[in-house]
Design a protein around this ligand. Structure first.
Ligand code: PLP
Length: 359
């Protein structure tokens, strides 16, 4: 018997989540904020960390940071918040709390971790295709799937990754009302979108709102949070490992969020650049760019050229994301994260050169 037969069949069937090597390249593949901090802010951050007691376990409930988050993002007092080592860990915690035969539903194309984590836990994942013309929710299909599968959890990314759009809020509300299971609105890109379901928490018992500081500009810290009713969050705390948020993350996030004005400036700059890159992409012959409420833009290349264009752009020193292999609505699609103005120009020139190469 091979030693691998010790593992669950769904684990053996999976592949590990691969991250492309970006060394030496301009990194526009992972929705990171391209801006670092000014020197004076770095200095006060290091001062904050000086006396961090690394010999002690961190506060298991990260009370101070939780309070900061509740206050800053106006999460009403009657709701609870659970912090995760990135929102990826929160998705994992939530799915681990479900019965082993539970169904999980999400529109597709969508964020890959919903399926990846459902698969590795042996849950039944169902992806419901978005409408081809505008990546909007197919509401009748979603409602039919809810009736058919009775999902324990539905994930809706708002804005959606990798398409960048905000789904219709009316459709989302219809889904929350119809579903008997939990509905997680994943607001990973909320810093770039003027829309949120946080203020709707009080209206629906089954609604959870999840966010992360990663796309805001703190991807290295690994911190996400989810807000919802006490009855739901208290179950999730039982699955959470006791010290899942380390003390450096607790202190650094608390420090960073108290300098929120800095991130607001950076996200405004990124949104302004998004408009410029979108306009330039749209002006290119053969490229179809999709409108975005996030810090990236999805675009379609001429038929069967996506991988060639991706490789050519990479040879010219810029790493973006090739989504062509995912197929379906993502055939021929590439995704670029908005970087600094000069990085975006380098990307656009590389794209123009690559279009010339394929003729
Ligand atoms: C990036 C992303 C996440 C994961 O964020 P982390 O907090 O870095 O784990 C979650 N949801 C969506 C839609 C994302 O794009």
């Amino acid at each position: 018997m091979p030693i691998s037969s010790l593992f669950r069949k769904e684990v053996i069937a999976m592949s590990a989540y691969k991250v492309a090597d970006a060394s030496g390249l301009i990194k526009l593949d992972a929705m990171e904020n391209p801006y670092n901090w000014p020197e004076d802010i770095k200095t006060s951050w290091l001062e904050t960390l000086r006396d961090c007691p690394l010999n002690r376990y961190p506060d298991p409930e990260a009370k101070l940071l939780t309070e900061t988050i509740k206050y800053l993002y106006q999460i009403p007092d009657q709701f609870d918040v659970l912090l995760g080592n990135g929102s990826d860990e929160i998705i994992q915690i939530l799915l681990m709390a479900l019965p082993s035969d539970a169904c999980v539903l999400a529109p597709t194309p969508g964020f890959v971790m919903y399926k990846q984590l459902s698969d590795c836990l042996g849950l039944n994942y169902h992806g419901i295709p978005l409408l081809a013309e505008n990546f909007e929710l197919n509401l009748p299909a979603m409602l039919a799937a809810i009736q058919q599968y009775q999902p324990s959890v539905i994930f809706l990314a708002y804005p959606n990754n990798p398409t960048g759009n905000l789904f219709s809020a009316a459709s989302i509300k219809e889904i929350i009302k119809t579903a008997k299971g939990l509905v997680v609105i994943d607001e990973a890109y909320s810093p770039f979108a003027d829309a949120s379901f946080i203020s709707s928490l009080g209206q629906y018992d089954n609604l959870l709102v999840m966010r992360t500081v990663s796309k805001l500009g703190l991807a290295g810290l690994r911190l996400g949070y989810i807000a919802g009713s006490t009855e739901i969050i208290e179950q999730l705390h039982k699955i959470r490992l006791p010290y899942n948020i380390n003390c450096l993350t607790q202190l650094s996030a608390n420090f960073a969020l108290s300098n929120k004005a800095l991130f607001d400036q950076q996200t405004q700059a990124i949104c302004a650049e998004r408009a410029i890159v979108y306009k330039q992409l749209k002006s290119l012959n053969g490229i179809a760019a999709y409108p975005s409420n996030a810090n990236f833009i999805l675009f379609k290349t001429p038929e069967n050229t996506a991988s060639k264009i991706f490789e050519s752009i990479k040879r010219q020193g810029v790493l973006i994301k090739n989504l062509n292999a995912q197929g379906g609505l993502l055939r021929d699609c590439l995704r670029v994260t908005i970087g600094k103005p000069e990085e975006n120009s380098t990307f656009l020139n590389a794209l123009i050169n690559s279009l010339g190469e394929i003729g």
